[in-house]
Ligand binder design. Structure first.
Ligand code: SF4
Length: 126
């Protein structure tokens, strides 16, 4: 089988083409081209076995200069869990001041990834 991928590991976004077979339920890559580094091949292998994605979103801030703070997870999670994860992230609220890098949830959804803030939000002046 042949399949095309756009590597999302770094901003280069290499277009990769891979030939592979499924042997005993495991993809075996026979030919790969377009990746400019080894991480591209690892990305394709991961995509064939179990695609993963990271999430960036935002959550509500109470008492802040801004109403929202941006958040992200620190490690990718299985792609099919993204809708559930987005729903879960919407439940969170934080109180200002908020520091960039603050951990909102350890072991988010049990995937050994943390949900962290990516921006400072000072408290609103009263
Ligand atoms: S193959 Fe390497 S250089 Fe190309 S996008 Fe992936 S990580 Fe970046």
């Amino acid at each position: 089988m042949k399949r095309e991928f756009t590597c999302i590991v770094c901003p280069n976004g290499c277009e990769i083409e891979a030939d592979y077979e499924i042997k005993n339920g495991t993809p075996v890559i026979s030919n790969i081209q377009g990746n400019t580094c080894k991480r591209g091949e690892e990305y394709v292998r991961q995509e064939l076995i179990s695609p993963k994605r990271t999430i960036a979103s935002s959550i509500l801030v109470e008492g802040g200069e801004l109403p929202l703070v941006s958040v992200r997870i620190t490690k990718p999670i299985p792609r099919e869990k993204i809708p559930e994860a987005v729903q879960e992230i919407r439940q969170y609220r934080v109180t200002a001041p908020v520091r960039a890098g603050a951990v909102i949830c350890h072991d988010f959804l049990g995937f050994d990834t943390d949900l962290i803030t990516t921006k400072n939000v000072p408290a609103a002046h009263k």
